[in-house]
Design a protein around this ligand. Structure first.
Ligand code: GDP
Length: 446
């Protein structure tokens, strides 16, 4: 999968990483080529445009990291943006909601997309990987032998199928499946709806009726990954009419251009949860945006190189700060950096919890209401100080305090608390600093 896109992007970015210094125009040229590669992979124009814009913005705001070339850094940005486009904010793509047994899963899609195959593949997975009891039912009363096809696959993977009763409507079969799943103590029941060649009103209505009587926990759309933009259009239409919770892209074992995968999330807002990779019953994989982005770029080594370099820079910063602390220097700039770090690391508890001996203080801070809001107010107070005041907080007398508090829109009492905190932290840092270079602080920050 993604061979062509991968070759194209790999080529463009490879050239970029070989250059030592990188001008803005080098980057723009490369990104123009990236855009062409995306369009050739059948990514829609607006998506390709957004993608390039996002990369450009990130590249512009980025500090040059030592020990990697700017080109390598651009590769990393492209990689991260790919992951973002593939995943949105999803953390667990392969998770299906199957609580409240029996949980209904509705499978929808066009005829020939691989819906029946995928239903059986997912049932097998739920059974083998998650130990679930699954019942499958085919609601396809139009295509001859569709119900038999599911029964055969059920046999093959060892998953029960609902006994076939000729002449029932799709809604009746769905109701019967629900009843059987409840009585039979199944964890999940999967409804394989009738496929259609095109989106067609009557069949859509039927799926809607089935949805209304079963209230599915997941409505999975199965689309053929080889159809590129069409797959995305189909997803938009199904989502508009039925509402889908996720997508399975099939035939990703073929030499698809990959555009469907890249545009899906950006256009529909729905996550790709699985990819089909062949006709066999275990040819299905959870969709891992990181892995896919890696495969598309084929530049995993550069990505990790840049990550390492960035970590090193952070470690160097910490080292510099530590040296200041050891000399007993801890002014408002240091405090501001600490506060910002705390917000980044999940609040006071997150940071202090990592430093030995500070757990108790963290608990106290929690009690005192040191949440993000408080941290942000404290940062606002520091921002309201002049450079000199920040470097030397002992300058702060009554009139200065009043001005600073007013500037931040806060009370002087709050500023006093901040000053006390700075003094206390400064004292503590001094003590820790005296414990020597190999001391507690070093340990805590490494
Ligand atoms: P439905 O009409 O949507 O139910 O489609 P089917 O499940 O009957 O699948 C149609 C054909 O596509 C079958 O021959 C499947 O074996 C094949 N198929 C399904 N998924 C995949 C896949 O991920 N890769 C490949 N290569 N073939 C697939």
């Amino acid at each position: 999968m993604f061979e062509n896109l991968s070759d194209r992007l790999g080529g463009v970015l490879d050239r970029l990483t070989k250059q030592g210094a990188l001008s803005d125009s080098d980057v723009s040229t490369a990104l123009r080529e990236v855009r062409v590669a995306l369009l050739e992979a059948d990514v829609s124009l607006p998506v390709a445009r957004d993608f390039i814009k996002a990369v450009q913005e990130k590249a512009a705001g980025q500090n040059v990291t030592k020990s990697v070339t700017p080109g390598q850094q651009v590769v990393k940005i492209v990689h991260d943006e790919l992951v973002h486009f593939l995943a949105g904010d999803d953390q667990n793509p392969g998770d299906l909601k199957i609580d409240n047994a029996p949980a209904p899963i509705l499978m929808v899609g066009l005829q020939g997309s691989g819906k029946t195959t995928t239903t059986a593949k997912l049932a097998k997975r739920l059974k083998e990987k998650h130990g679930k009891r699954v019942l499958m039912a085919s609601l396809d009363i139009y295509r001859p032998a569709a119900q038999d096809q599911l029964a055969v696959l059920g046999n093959q993977v060892g998953v029960d199928t609902l006994p076939i009763v000729k002449g029932q409507s799709a809604v009746d079969i769905a109701k019967r499946a629900k009843q059987q799943a409840t009585l039979g103590g199944y964890d999940v029941y999967m409804l394989d709806t009738a496929g259609r060649l095109h989106i067609d009103e009557t069949l859509m209505q039927e799926v809607e009726d089935v949805r209304n009587v079963t209230n599915p926990r997941e409505t999975m759309l199965v689309v053929d990954g080889l159809t590129g933009q069409d797959a995305v259009n189909v997803a938009e239409q199904f989502d508009g009419q039925i509402g889908i919770s996720g997508v399975v892209l099939t035939r990703m074992d073929g030499d698809g251009r990959g555009g469907a995968a890249l545009s899906m999330r950006a256009v529909t807002g729905k996550p790709i949860k699985f990819v089909g990779l062949g006709e066999k019953m275990d040819a299905i994989e959870e969709f891992h945006p990181e892995r896919i982005a890696g495969r598309i770029l084929g530049m995993g080594d550069i990505v990790s190189l840049v990550e390492k370099a960035q970590e090193t820079i952070e470690a160097e910063q910490a080292e510099r700060m530590m040296k200041r602390f050891q000399k007993g220097q801890f002014n408002m700039n240091d405090l501001k950096m600490q506060l910002e770090q705390m917000i980044k690391m999940g609040g006071m508890e997150g940071l202090m919890g990592m430093m030995p001996g500070m757990k108790k203080m963290a608990a106290q801070a929690e009690k005192a209401g040191m949440d993000d809001k408080v941290l942000k107010r404290q940062i606002a107070l520091i921002q309201s100080m002049t450079k000199r005041e920040r470097a030397n907080p002992s300058l702060l007398q009554a009139s200065r305090k009043k001005r600073i508090a007013k500037g931040a829109g806060l009370e002087v009492s709050e500023l006093n608390k901040l000053l006390k905190m700075q003094r206390q932290m400064g004292d503590m840092m001094k003590k820790m600093g005296k414990m020597g270079k190999g001391g507690m602080l070093k340990q805590a920050m490494s």
